[in-house]
Every structure is written in C-alpha cells, then in structure tokens.
Ligand binder design. Structure first.
Ligand code: AMP
Length: 120
C-alpha cells in the first residue's frame, strides 16, 4: 500500500483544511477530532507520510518516534489528563476501522470511557 497524499490529514498538514491545533512541533501535529467521541478527543499525528503504526515504527527515524511519544506526554500533562485517566487508540486497516490512512493516535478523556470494546 502506498501513502495517499490526498488523505484528510495530509491536507490538514498542508493547511488546505483547517484544524483546531492543540500542539505542534517540528515532527508532530495534534488537533481536536471533528467528531468527538468524548469530552476530550485529540488526534496526534506525525508530520511525516506514514500510513499506520506499523509503517511508522518501521520507517520513521528515532527522532520522529521520540518526538511523537514526547508530544503525547506533553499534551496529557498540559491538559492534566492523568489525574482522572484517559485512553489512547490507534486503529489500523479494515478490521481496525481505520478511516484516515495517515497514522494517528486518538486521546480520549473527560468521562468514564467504559469497557475497551463493546460486549460480544
Ligand atoms: P480513524 O477511524 O481511527 O481513522 O479516525 C479518523 C478520525 O478522524 C475520526 O475520529 C474522525 O472524526 C476524524 N476526522 C476526520 N476528518 C477530520 C478533520 N477534518 N478534522 C479533525 N478530525 C477529523
């Protein structure tokens, strides 16, 4: 699978589509999800063109990988999410329910989030 340069997050990174940025640095952008599933719903993406967590882990530089995880920690700390807890999700591929083929981590918080998956 090759990276689709016209996916929504690639277009956000090129500023063709607006976003509500919550964090940005050289390697990472984080913004509010347009269809929030919890009171806090933030998407964290690398600026590099990676399709999935697998692609990112295999092909990103150590600097990009460090920056990504450091950004998640900074966002969580800045928004004081650890006190009550939060959930991170990365959907991958068809069975994972990935809609946007640019690697992203969901940060969900702000209420009890229930079980990880629906029963059954
Ligand atoms: P996933 O199903 O894991 O690929 O998640 C894609 C997420 O991107 C969904 O939660 C969408 O609500 C979100 N999304 C789609 N378009 C936008 C956009 N323009 N700005 C912010 N979030 C978006």
């Amino acid at each position: 699978m090759t990276y689709d340069d016209n996916n929504i997050f690639a277009r956000i990174l090129r500023s063709e589509i607006p976003n509500e940025t919550v964090y940005e640095d050289e390697h990472v952008l984080a913004f509010k999800d347009i269809n929030p599933q919890a009171p806090v719903h933030i998407l964290v993406i690398p600026k590099g063109a990676y399709i999935s967590i697998e692609d990112f882990g295999e092909n990103a530089s150590a600097e990009e990988i460090k920056a990504f995880h450091a950004a998640v920690s900074k966002i969580v700390r800045e928004k004081n999410l650890s006190a009550q807890g939060f959930r991170t999700i990365t959907n991958t591929g068809l069975h994972g329910g990935q809609e946007v083929p640019h690697f992203h981590l969901h940060i969900l918080a702000g209420k009890p989030l229930g079980r990880m998956l629906p029963e059954g």
